[in-house]
Design a protein around this ligand. Structure first.
Ligand code: ZN
Length: 306
């Protein structure tokens, strides 16, 4: 997510892991057979997971190897054609993490806010590549592209910020935008500041804290749909350091603690890893990332549960 974030990875206990798998199984029916299978669940390695050897970045979508789970085979159930009415009446909020002006406004972004469990900073600067490409810039670029993809299919898309030159808004305000819009889906778009040796993308999912209790299941479904769509669209592997098969539960993020609508974060890759950074800063790959996000949202919204 961000090198300077106060981030605390939730320890994935056996219980939480089981919950994730159960949730995956519950929503599996609308994944047209692409969700984690029972065999995946029963053979899931202990944490830290050995990630599936997802398609290498240069590999074409669908060039899965035997070590890739069925859900990562590139067979995501994405509606095949562009339909300008497909998402008519549906509201999607896209939240590009951080903001380009945050670094120059510490007094504003350091203000404490309640994240549902504890106080934390209003916002953070995010991470950057070794070459100084800011995460906020990546987040906004991908968000703008995903917005266009979704609007082309009739969705009403609301952004939590309209450019990459401002400050904030606070993480609580970003969450309120989705809640007040009664959004059908919200995706907070980020790139991670993980260990330099680590690669890949991950979906960050809510943990029941009361406020979000009604949307933990639907958010998990959204996260699985995004996870399944992102790999075939982008070739980015699932994270080899964050979560299990690209899914990580988090209880320290206002964005998922305070949501009352289906919401997840996506960490599209690791800006601190040279291989990922080359992709994350490539406009062509950014368009693929946006398409993957739009595809995942589309699957979620057009499924029986969406
Ligand atoms: Zn971030």
């Amino acid at each position: 997510m961000l090198r300077t974030d106060r981030r605390r990875t939730v320890v994935v206990t056996t219980g939480v892991g089981v919950l994730v798998i159960i949730a995956a199984a519950v929503v599996g029916s609308h994944l047209a057979g692409t969700g984690p299978s029972a065999s995946v669940a029963t053979t899931r390695p202990t944490h830290p997971a050995s990630p599936p050897k997802a398609a290498a970045p240069a590999a074409a979508p669908g060039k899965a190897t035997r070590s890739v789970p069925a859900w990562a085979s590139g067979a995501a159930a994405v509606p095949p054609t562009s339909d300008p009415q497909l998402l008519a009446g549906r509201v999607v909020v896209l939240d590009p993490g951080h903001d380009g002006g945050n670094a120059s406004a510490p007094a504003t972004i350091d203000q404490p806010v309640w994240n549902g469990r504890e106080m934390e900073a209003c916002d953070t600067t995010g991470t950057e590549t070794d070459a100084g490409y800011l995460e906020s810039r990546f987040n906004f670029a991908v968000t703008a592209l995903a917005r266009a993809d979704l609007e082309a299919e009739g969705a009403t898309v609301i952004l939590t910020r309209s450019n990459d030159t401002g400050v904030g808004p606070c993480i609580t305000q970003r969450t309120a935008i989705g809640n007040q819009a009664h959004a059908d889906a919200v995706v907070s778009i980020h790139a991670d500041g993980g260990p330099a040796s680590g690669r890949g993308y991950a979906l960050l999912l809510p943990v029941d804290d009361g406020v979000n209790a009604g949307v933990v299941g639907s958010s998990t479904a959204l996260g699985i749909d995004l996870r399944n769509a992102f790999l075939p669209a982008t070739g980015m592997p699932v994270s080899d350091y964050d979560g299990i098969y690209g899914l990580q539960s988090r209880d320290d993020l206002a964005g998922v603690n305070l949501t009352t609508v289906p919401k997840v974060f996506i960490e599209c890759g690791n800006m601190r890893n040279a291989t990922d950074a080359a992709l994350l800063t490539d406009p062509t790959w950014q368009a693929r990332a946006a398409q993957g996000i739009a595809d995942g949202i589309k699957v979620f919204l057009t499924s029986p549960r969406g």
